[in-house]
Write a protein that binds this ligand. Sequence first.
Ligand code: CMC
Length: 391
Amino acid sequence: TGYITIDSGYKNTGATKSAITFLDGEEGILRYRGYAIEDLAEKANFLGVAYLLINGELPNKTQYEKFENDIRRHTLVNEDMRRIFDGFPVNAHPMGVMSAMISAMSGFYPDSYNDKAPDHTDTHIIRLLAKFPTLATWCFKKSNGHPINYPKNSLDYCSNFLHMMFSLPVEEYAVDPVVSSALNKLLILHADHEQNCSTSTVRLVGSSKANLYSSISAGISALWGPLHGGANQEVIEMLEDIKADGGDVMKFVNKAKDKNSGFRLMGFGHRVYKNFDPRAKIIKKAADDILGKLGVNDPVLEIAKGLEEAALHDDYFVSRKLYPNVDFYSGIIYRALGIPTNMFTVMFALGRLPGWIAQWKEMRANKEPIGRPRQIYTGATLRPFVSLEDR
Ligand code: CMC
């Protein structure tokens, strides 16, 4: 009861208390469970970070091995899921496919939505972490017209993903440690980001007691949007456009300043960071490092740096505190690893999966009530019904 205040886009509305991720947008600080993102990106392993987010503590050696082995045991996907997958057209966007496939998983594990069944949430969590990479690589293989690869469980998580992506029946992919460590770093940087759009979606859907698979599927759909995770695909497309247009970055900076153009600098700006996005800082440095190690010379990296430089010296961007975000340089690295543009947002989803799971679990553990925002009605007042003949 009482007044309803509208906060469009929830710019100032806290939806929950959370002990998972600390973010200070003014200072550019990001920590998972108290650990600095810089430390984790440099020293940790993605599955260890997943464990940390989901369980609250870094695993010890025994806990880590059990977690990794549990995931290994679940990497296969039910062959009947293939029949659903095969029905998609070859050019279906992998994010739409992934959202549908993860939602379909509930059908294969009905205890996920049966309140009377014993609680197997921990197994569902393991299944999601294990099967997501397998499913993601199906999308890539289908787009190439190549047969899918079954997981190879002797490999670690990132290497197994790379094997399923790039091995061919005629030639096994030899995992390049530079590539798998770059992937590990990117996944860690994406692993959680408190109450962003997709995570809030996962919590909101889960608050109705919808099962974990459906909640994560909704998160994937939310992430797909170009203002959120979909921006990483749009950044590369924008950089390619700039290149094709002759490389004049100022032209695009000016276009982004023109509100009538409908164009924004993709990979720029953030709801919470009003200082540099700490993830972007790490990724920018990593891009130089990884492309150098791989001997890749991608002209869009120079265009990206030029664009950043131009924007950061422009009053429009400075006064609005618009800096490069996590999506600005990540695509350049994904591309150097051989991952195609339409898979970039799937890579983001793979990284974000532990965060979504941890937040869903926390929301349930805290017994949060169903999420149900209010509104201020602006429609017609009461009016009499007019029958069809009289309209
Ligand atoms: N290019 C040009 N102008 C911009 C941009 C941009 N990328 N971002 C914000 N602005 C302007 C905006 O027009 C507004 O100007 P004014 O005050 O004159 O009306 C001001 O800056 C504030 O922007 P906002 O849209 O009110 O801010 P928001 O917090 O609602 O939106 C955002 C945040 C990330 C959606 C937005 O900055 C944006 O659209 N960026 C481009 C898309 C992008 O890179 N998204 C990835 C976000 S980070 C990773 C993730 O979440 O997936």
